[in-house]
Design a protein around this ligand. Structure first.
Ligand SMILES: NC(=O)c1ccc[n+]([C@@H]2O[C@H](COP(=O)([O-])OP(=O)(O)OC[C@H]3O[C@@H](n4cnc5c(N)ncnc54)[C@H](OP(=O)(O)O)[C@@H]3O)[C@@H](O)[C@H]2O)c1
Length: 382
């Protein structure tokens, strides 16, 4: 029996994680749930999974959960208590954005195994987080489908023999849009992902290719591979989830239907595999798997992420924060879609980079970048 706390239980990954948990009651038990403001769904989850600890963002929302037989908390402190619950063996880290960092680090320090969906944790603080995990002797198991694919393609192989990681990207809904049409795209258009059902932020990130940039940074730290040996291929069918090229020229890829329950289940049950009732991958029906280079002129976010990663220090935290503000502004019709990369570029180019030796350095840089991005939006710069 593995006992699990889930951070971000009401989100797309959180709900899929609970779906896997519910299918294998003899294997998994829920100890804690942390969410933001979707109290109706959280209440249903509490009634069904009977966690001991529950946390929400706001105190007022916490009050409405009283009487359900669990300890109810709120705010970052509440999420930390859920993440470090003494009964938990594993923490599913699936809060969206920078809010996931501190509770995930707390879970690592408390020696919890981590099923990591919150890529922003490694984007902001990859070097530091991997060191914390190594010091604590904690496994970080990837949930992101690309990183799960790489992880599955590495298991049983010698890491010193890896030549290159190849992350695949669907290309998002605007893959074939001409550059001049990108200024006209709407939030609804950006949220209409061709292959995956996901939360709003990651769906917009997929449309701008920033998601792939964030994943390059995530892969850099998770697999300890130098940036110049991480490539991106556009693969619109989203069947090959990523690949590893070895020094002898062999390339090992992981394939599957695009359903996040596959990588979630693998992270939860590693090294075992669980029988998940999904339609099998039918390559005869799909017929063609195609690949192309990313177009950096139309989708500058990917290169911005590579640049931030090469700069190191607090730059990737600044990139992440500027992106979060830009995506939010785009979703609220305050900036146009091409304004996302231009806003991020402006914020990172005015950042005085410094070492990311402590979580506080990273949180300070994050706060600065949010302020700067908001100021630029107010001035109408994007
Ligand atoms: N969705 C995917 O297929 C996918 C694939 C790979 C990686 N990921 C990564 O997984 C993470 C989650 O993505 P998602 O698509 O599941 O996002 P989502 O559907 O938007 O869900 C986000 C979750 O985070 C919670 N949350 C937000 N702010 C919070 C805070 N301050 N404190 C506590 N909880 C908070 C939300 O709570 P409320 O809804 O209750 O407000 C919700 O449960 C992201 O880092 C994303 O990049 C997602």
């Amino acid at each position: 029996m593995k006992r699990i706390s889930i951070l971000g239980s009401t989100g797309s990954i959180g709900a899929s994680t609970l779906d896997i948990v519910s299918r294998f009651p003899e294997r998994f038990e829920v100890v804690g749930l942390a969410a933001g403001g979707n109290i109706d769904l959280l209440k249903q989850q509490v009634k069904r999974f009977r966690p001991k600890y529950v946390s929400v963002s706001e105190e007022s929302a916490a009050l409405s959960l009283k009487g359900l037989g669990c300890k109810v908390m709120h705010g970052i402190e509440g999420a930390i208590i859920v993440a470090t619950a003494p009964e938990a063996d594993m923490v599913g880290s699936a809060i969206v954005g920078a809010a996931g960092l501190v509770p995930t680090v707390a879970a690592i320090k408390a020696k919890k195994e981590i099923a990591l969906a919150n890529k922003e944790t490694l984007v902001m603080a990859g070097e530091l987080v991997m060191k914390e995990a190594s010091d604590a002797g904690v496994k970080i198991l990837p949930v992101d489908s690309e990183h799960s694919a790489i992880f599955q393609s590495i298991v049983g192989h010698n890491r010193n023999e890896i030549n290159r990681l190849i992350l695949t990207a669907s290309g998002g809904p605007f893959l074939n849009y001409p550059v001049e049409k990108l200024a006209e795209v709407t939030p609804a258009g950006a949220l209409n992902h061709p292959n995956w059902q996901m939360g709003k932020k990651i769906t917009v990130d997929s449309a701008s290719l920033m998601n792939k940039g964030l994943e390059v940074i995530e892969a850099r730290w998770l697999f300890d591979i130098p940036t110049e040996r991480i490539d991106v291929h556009i693969h619109p069918q989203s069947i090959i989830h990523s690949m590893v090229e070895y020094i002898d020229g062999s390339v090992i890829a992981q394939m599957g239907v695009p359903d996040m329950r596959i990588p979630i289940a693998y992270a939860l049950s590693y090294p075992e595999r669980l029988p998940i009732p999904l339609p099998p991958l039918n390559l005869l029906e799909i017929e063609k798997l195609t690949f192309m280079k990313p177009d950096h002129e139309r989708f500058p976010c990917l290169n911005l992420a590579y640049e931030a990663l090469k700069a190191g220090g607090t730059m990737t935290a600044v990139l992440n924060a500027a992106n979060e503000i830009a995506v939010d502004a785009f979703l609220n019709d305050r900036i146009k879609f091409p304004g996302i990369p231009s806003l991020i570029e402006e914020v990172i180019s005015s950042h005085k980079n410094g070492p990311a030796s402590h979580v506080d350095d990273i949180l300070r840089a994050d706060l600065w970048a949010r302020g700067k991005a908001k100021e630029l939006i107010e001035r109408g710069n994007s």
